[in-house]
Design a protein around this ligand. Sequence first.
Ligand code: CMC
Length: 426
Amino acid sequence: MIQKVEITIDGKTVELPVLEATEGTNVVDVRGLIAEGIYTFDPGFLSTASCESRITYIDGDKGILMYRGYPIEELAENSSHMEVCYLLLCGELPDQAQLSEFVQDIKSRMPVDDQFKHIFDAFSESAHPMSMLCAAVGGLASLYHDGLDIFNAQHRRESALQLIAKIPTLAAMTYRKTIGAKFIDPDPELEYAENFLNMCFGEPGVSSNVSATLASAMDKIFILHADHEQNASTSTVRLAGSTEADPYAAIAAGVAALWGPSHGGANEAVLKMLAEIGDESRVQEFIDRAKDKDDPFKLMGFGHRVYKNFDPRATVMQASCHAVLEEQGIEDEPLLKIAKQLETIAREQDYFIDRKLYPNIDFYSGITLKAMGIPTNMFTVIFAMGRMPGWVAHWDEMLGSPFKIGRPRQLYLGPSKRDYVDINDR
Ligand code: CMC
């Protein structure tokens, strides 16, 4: 096993220790380089471990994803989102009493202050739900900022509970706002996923009639999205949190980072792409565009920065997707036919095989959510709900141990010093 690495620059040799991981790749500790006046260059952090973490492990080549050591397939099969939230936050699976207490803690924090609901008045019905979610999550800081000590573990736990509890309520409000409907309050009798679906699609004052299959599929979507180690939004939460920012503001930064089509926005982009393709006869045309270096078009829902073999979440999601399609009786929907054809062609053609581009979780979650009747612009909001326990667990982990403000350096390629030129002389 490699214990240390030596690098020689300008005739000077620097010895760098190698830190050992419990699973996966060991890392070269480059922290000592700055004292030698040397920086490393790694745009996109492809070769950089930005922190130590004990929460989630991914082996992209083998298609492994584990939360606190438990494989995602086992959690998706046997667990519930509430149990997974507890696991991510506390490090261990709860016993029955711990789980019941946790569920009660979440349920009691789900309602949103009446005054706070007016934050949605500022938005038009055509506003994207993610823009409302960014504002609403950040806005929670206005309710809980005073007296909050982020270096106190109990205070951090309270923030984590508030965020996990309030995200479905706020998410459902963004949807109700877009359809101009009255908000529906959370029902303490309902489980987390059912509660969310009822707050979206129920009738105020009428008992929930959400189907068990849909509630279970939604719970599975939450479990599969709950954490994914140092992805863009989680790294954003850590970076914002490293300034000792308010937790609700740090998480709002994560929500914003998730929005992009290369990250959480991909499930929405999948459906837009399927609609743009429009007909099975045009699938090859879009495949050709995806392969064309001069065309910026990418096949949405394919490829992953880390998974270069298969995405284990996609395998679980694919099965859940078929259960929903069967229950909804829409297996022959035109967009789904296009999706199936894309999946087959992409799996067979050299371009995709050579680059290890497989359907990722967003390919199947987009189709599943569409089949559940969820509007496309809500897809990333649902991803944000699922990812909340991961974000808060990473924020808590960082603040619970010594950390530094995140402050990368750069390779400067701009002009060297030059003199200011008066505007009349330019
Ligand atoms: N369609 C066509 N070509 C692709 C695609 C795609 N979806 N993804 C990657 N490639 C090509 C890329 O052009 C490059 O080709 P070449 O080697 O000839 O230059 C090669 O594959 C390697 O791609 P890359 O851009 O270096 O890969 P990356 O690790 O930087 O990007 C990605 C990963 C997910 C951003 C990218 O695959 C992508 O944009 N996929 C579509 C969007 C998507 O589905 N995103 C959701 C990711 S899963 C959700 C999450 O975890 O956040």
